[in-house]
Design a binder for this molecule. Structure first.
Ligand code: AMP
Length: 267
């Protein structure tokens, strides 16, 4: 949906928190100038209280963005799948990735990569893997860091309304809204064939496969409880202009001003 909102001063607000040398959390918002103080306090306290153990350092940066450059989109449609256990969840993920147009061997390679930890020595990455959907070649310039999707949020003018609609649809947890926001921006990017994600948090076992045609397909479970490995793989069309894609994912401001269709649990 394209709506011309009144031109308000907007800021991209980004938080990252660390304990020792380890990155422990990050979050971001796009907010109007008059919301900046409240939003900063909320992100700071979320980082400080995470898991009951405080962060050593929390950094927040606010950067003004030109409202004329912002793109507006709807959230992807949401489908829910329940699998009997995580192996069946991954089999379903493989099928959904293949349906989206990812070569079956490449889809399996993406699943294996997340299962084994996509970073060096099986570590998690801070960002996502970019993988050619046909050849399986990894395309992100820094395989330690990956590509960080940034500068996306709910439109300030309809934020409360969208939160209420997500809540009514059973997707009210801030984690779900944030994952949808991230995924929605990825699906809006040029050359994206599909995405695969599961969390690196040991107690969060729902993951998803998303593609531009079928939207955001949540799968529970996609990993075993207690497993601390996770990550994201963005499968891209061959010959995509990687620098343009990364620029869009990292720098293009994008706001969601409507939700899509939300389908309830499937078999
Ligand atoms: P989370 O869903 O927050 O547990 O994140 C799971 C994994 O997704 C992380 O380990 C990162 O590899 C990746 N990830 C998290 N945030 C981003 C982001 N903003 N852009 C790209 N990848 C991300």
């Amino acid at each position: 949906m394209l709506i011309s909102w009144p031109m308000k001063t907007l800021y991209s607000l980004r938080m990252r928190a660390s304990r020792g040398a380890t990155h422990i959390s990050g979050a971001e918002r796009i907010v109007a100038a008059d919301e900046l103080v409240c939003a900063t306090a909320e992100l700071m306290s979320r980082a400080a209280l995470r898991h009951g153990a405080p962060a050593d350092e929390v950094h927040c940066i606010a950067e003004r963005i030109d409202p004329a450059t912002v793109q507006y989109h709807s959230f992807p449609d949401v489908t829910n799948y329940a699998a009997p256990e995580w192996r069946a969840g991954r089999q379903l993920a493989l099928e959904l990735l293949t349906k989206a147009g990812v070569d079956a061997k490449v889809a399996q390679a993406g699943l294996d990569l997340l299962a084994n930890g996509p970073g060096a020595n099986g570590a998690n990455m801070r960002g996502a893997v970019l993988m050619d959907a046909t050849s399986g070649q990894r395309l992100e310039p820094d395989q330690q860091r990956g590509v960080r999707v940034s500068r996306m949020d709910l439109a300030p003018q309809v934020r409360n309304q969208i939160h209420a609609e997500l809540e009514a649809a059973g997707l009210g947890h801030h984690r779900t809204a944030e994952a949808l926001t991230l995924s929605g921006k990825v699906l809006a990017a040029p050359g994206i064939v599909a995405e695969l994600c599961w969390s690196d948090e040991a107690d969060y076992i729902t993951g998803y496969v998303a593609d531009p045609q079928r939207g955001y397909q949540r799968i529970t479970p996609l990993k075993a409880l207690g497993d601390q490995r996770g990550g994201r793989v963005f499968f891209v069309a061959p010959n995509v202009e990687v620098a343009d894609l990364i620029h869009f994912l990292e720098r293009q401001p994008l706001l969601f001003d409507a939700i899509g269709a939300i389908q309830r649990q499937q078999g």
